[in-house]
Write a new protein. Structure first.
Length: 431
């Protein structure tokens, strides 16, 4: 009993001080933590103060140098440019949201087109994608202003100045004629972003800051550690957005190889500006001045449909070769998609609405009957990969909409119709 009590007592005695000690330790640890956190906060605050100061100084320093570099490389004089340092959130607020109800309507309509062509998943949002893409920017140039996104741009990084060379190239670039189609817009953007990206690489090679220039992706997107932290952008949307930097740079590189900066400069002049993604993807077609064929739009027989203008104020749109390639590559492999999209000669995309219903038609003309047949086969293969149910030959249904595909060997063209009203998509329904 005594032994037991002793034991218990001993244990109690031992236990008690232990408890106290642990409590004390805990308390001390807690206080220490608080102090430590306070110390960290103070030092982090100092660091931020210091960093903000150094950040701005360093950014301004390389900005001035980049300005001199662009002027020297291109033999131009830049206007006075203001450098702004903003946060990622400020960039998203500024550029990542629809600019008004008309813009939102256009984005939602474009989302229906992407979903109708199986380029976007049913639960994805184009508004969100646009915002996510903006959050991935490192820098932007608007008018005579260059903006740096603080969280995404490190002025001490070895490639930081090249990013500014890229942005300052935008400051120099002459403005192009307003594009009237998606395809022409993409081609112009490919020249603009391609040139700026080419200049950044040119500067890197010139100063030998790095041995190897960026190969697949430009440093100003790749170096961003936050890229994976945001809502991931689908491969298809990424490909569409990223094309001007990637294929655009190859295009501009080909111009440089042929005629130096003089030939690149010429591309900004009326009559020399690339007019389609076909010319960007196949630079020989640019040099041969192979232009886009005008394609008619078969009219729906039901006159209840109201033709809806594009966001560029046009009755019809042209999506072009790169868009087609990207659409197919959402479901098929890259080389098969490229192969099937090559031979594109022109297309007419027309969008109609009737209440909550929509109908879009897409008439694509091909260089040869073989090209038309090839696309037709690839598109059918693509449709078989999607979750859409085949209803008849060249007809599929999913999520309350019907899509039909027909091809015409005599005119070497293919015709796609997609609508929430099945009867509106039937080939017999078109004049
Ligand atoms: Zn750019």
């Amino acid at each position: 009993m005594g032994e037991s009590l002793f034991s218990v007592g001993l244990l109690s005695q031992l236990h008690y001080p232990l408890q106290v000690t642990r409590l004390n330790t805990k308390t001390r640890i807690a206080i220490f933590s608080v102090i430590l956190i306070a110390a960290l906060v103070v030092s982090a605050f100092d660091a931020v103060k210091l960093l903000t100061n150094q950040y701005t100084l360093q950014a301004q320093k390389i900005f001035e140098d980049a300005k001199t570099q662009v002027e020297k490389i291109r033999g131009v004089t830049l206007p006075s440019v203001t450098l702004h340092i903003i946060t990622k959130q400020q960039a998203v607020d500024k550029w990542g949201h629809p600019s008004g109800s008309q813009d939102l309507t256009n984005i939602l309509r474009q989302e229906k087109i992407y979903k109708g062509l199986f380029m976007m998943q049913e639960n994805d949002s184009l508004v969100q994608t646009t915002s996510d893409w903006t959050a991935n920017w490192i820098a932007a140039a608007v008018g005579h202003d260059v903006y740096l996104l603080k969280e995404n741009f490190n002025p001490f990084d070895k490639n930081a100045e090249a990013t500014l060379v890229h942005e300052l190239t935008h400051i120099w670039q002459p403005s192009l004629e307003t594009p009237t189609t998606y395809d022409e817009d993409k081609a112009h953007t490919a020249l603009v972003e391609g040139d700026a990206s080419f200049m950044a690489d040119y500067y890197i090679n010139l100063t030998a800051h790095v041995v190897q220039a960026s190969v697949n992706m430009p440093f100003f997107l790749v170096d961003n550690p936050l890229l994976d932290a945001v809502h991931p952008i689908s491969n298809t949307m990424w490909s569409l957005n990223y094309m001007p930097y990637d294929q655009g740079k190859s295009f501009v590189g080909a111009l440089y190889d042929k005629g130096g900066f003089a030939l690149i400069n010429q591309a900004y002049q009326q009559g020399y500006t690339p007019s389609s993604t076909m010319q960007i993807l196949h630079v020989d077609k640019y040099f041969a001045n192979e232009t886009v064929q005008t394609v008619p739009s078969p009219m729906p027989d039901q006159n209840s449909w109201t033709l809806t203008q594009t966001d560029r104020g046009q009755d019809h749109n042209t999506y072009g070769e790169y868009f087609i390639q990207t659409m197919l590559a959402t479901w098929l492999n890259q080389s098969a998609s490229q192969q099937a999209a090559t031979g594109w000669a022109g297309d007419n995309f027309t969008y109609y609405e009737h209440g909550d219903d929509y109908l879009f038609t897409w008439n694509i003309t091909w260089t040869s009957v073989n090209d038309a047949s090839e696309f037709s086969y690839a598109f059918s293969s693509m449709m078989n990969q999607t979750s859409a149910s085949p209803i008849a030959v060249g007809e599929w249904q999913t999520n309350g909409r019907t899509l039909t595909l027909t091809w015409n060997p005599t005119t070497a063209s293919t015709f796609i119709a997609c609508s929430t009203v099945e009867s509106a998509t039937l080939p017999s329904d078109f004049a």
